[in-house]
Design a binder for this molecule. Structure first.
Ligand SMILES: [Zn+2]
Length: 66
């Protein structure tokens, strides 16, 4: 039985990666992209009125989280 590799595009840099243990940060190609995307996401959240601000999330968060 032939196993078909599933590929996904990294949401940050849009590089195609194989969905598997080779990329533990999937759907991101690397931890670097994963962290970068999160920062973008946090910045976007900051611009939405009525949402918890970036500062609130990080000033009140558990410091051991990172
Ligand atoms: Zn990437």
């Amino acid at each position: 039985m032939k196993k078909k590799a599933i590929t996904v595009d990294c949401p940050n840099c849009h590089r195609s990666i194989v969905w598997g243990d080779e990329y533990p940060e999937r759907p991101f190609c690397s931890k670097r992209c994963k962290d970068s995307d999160f920062i973008d996401w946090a910045n976007e959240q900051k611009t939405i009125p009525g949402s918890p601000s970036y500062d609130d999330i990080f000033s009140e968060g558990d410091p051991d989280l990172y």
